[in-house]
Design a protein around this ligand. Sequence first.
Ligand SMILES: [Ca+2]
Length: 193
Amino acid sequence: VSWQLEWIMVSQFSDKVILTQNQTSFLLRRCLGRHHRDWYRVGSYCMKYFNTPLSFSNAEIACRQKVPGGRLASVHNLRANTDLVSIVKKCNFRQWSVWLGAMRLYKSNRFIWTDGSRWNFQKWAPGEPNNLWNNENCVESYIQYTGNWNDIPCEALRPFICAFKSGSRRWKTEKCWKHDTAWLIKITQRMKR
Ligand SMILES: [Ca+2]
């Protein structure tokens, strides 16, 4: 396991990522509603990935402007965390990490969600949150590392996931195939060597 972890960490700086799960397809639930078809249902939220790297606060502002009730995404269970990884991978298979809507409660070891929901779940990467240089007040999700979380400076630029609460319980299941297969095989072979 340790060699794989090392390889993933190296890949952060070399534009190469690996598949961390062996499934060939995954299911997403598309939100229904005229203006929300490209949003995906995660728990009681509809979520959408935005590919433009922004600072944490600009990403939060962008989410508020995208849709009524929009905020950076909050995550409340493992299933939601996994869904969120799938949504990003479907849109940008190589994306390393994205903003979550989590920020450090002023100079404490506690975190809060920008949408005001309860902090009832967390999935930190090993050794995180480490608040390096006392300057890591916002939270990213390592998409290529099973959606584990890391605290980083809020000025960092990351793509992001917006979410809004949706009362509707209706959705359409969508089966997504992992694409970019040839590229993945190449990476896998490289790993084996
Ligand atoms: Ca950190």
